[in-house]
Design a protein around this ligand. Sequence first.
Ligand code: PLP
Length: 352
Amino acid sequence: MYLVSKLMFEKLLRPHIVSLAPYSSARDEYSGSEGIFLDANENPIGSVTAAMYNRYPDPYQHKIKKLLAPIKKVQPENIFLGNGSDEAIDLLIRAFCEPHRDSILILPPTYGMYEVSANINAVKVIKVPLDEQFQIDVPAVKNALEPNTKIIFLCSPNNPSGNLLNREHIVEILESFEGIVLLDEAYIDFCPQASFLPFLEKYPNLVVLQTFSKAWGLAALRLGMAFAHAELVGVLNKIKPPYNINKTTQDLVADSLQYERFKNEMVERIVQQRSFLQEKLSQLPFVEKVFPSDANFLLVRMQKAQEIFEYLLAEKIIVRNRVKVVKDCLRISVGTAEENQILLEKLNNFSE
Ligand SMILES: Cc1ncc(COP(=O)(O)O)c(C=O)c1O
């Protein structure tokens, strides 16, 4: 299996990435923590702040990976950490897709960065819209694939629709597509039983993306996770900037990982508020549909969506205007109980 995967990745990767000699940082050449460090041109005296930030951080974030591996039930070698999941998305495109030749396939409406990253890298984007229920049209995906399609991007729960993609469809894509399947599980903490992490070993072409930005409440720290075959994690490590995760982020995330229970409690509260909002929003006269959600936001179809968006904005309530992406729809993140109450009051006033 290991050899098969290595050969598979070598066939899919851009040839110059396979033969690339990576930058070797000072911390690559000596990774011990004891000694007199005169190798990285750092300031030996200290920092201008009280905390000590004068040394470069661990380029491979061993401490976080050691704490994260048992939580996610994977090996540390299967974890790549990026400056947000957005960094992992960009690195995967850069590793596999030759500009002006290869393509990725996405299923709109979905998270915007897949297309933006591909565009930045001059990589063609094939679009196969999700169906009416925001599910994958598998035959249409198979039909649209081109010989040089390297990555299929799936997002489950999907942003902006909020629903999980049908499991059997994901499996069918994993089993039939010979390239990389990137499954973005940014919102999976709100429905953890649906994660594909347990299938990493079965499908060497699977990359699962998760993030600390949502349920963990650490968006400002910018830490994304890509779980994949060790060989593929090696490739991402080879092409990333040497010290891509800063020390503050590494320290604070390592601390946070001790409190998974607290994250789970926040998730529970948010999910309760989601049901409350779902029910109350559905009762508003101008709301046509609140789409079912497995995430921490709701997609809502309404009459006068644009006007309501502007009205809320004037009231300093900022929701996401998705009318250009899904007809007549706003995407509303679940707030605190107080925030949701205010939102509902304002919406009630609109209808009067
Ligand atoms: C589906 C999806 N993936 C990834 C991200 C970005 O996550 P990060 O903050 O880790 O870059 C988002 C952010 O909204 C998202 O909705």
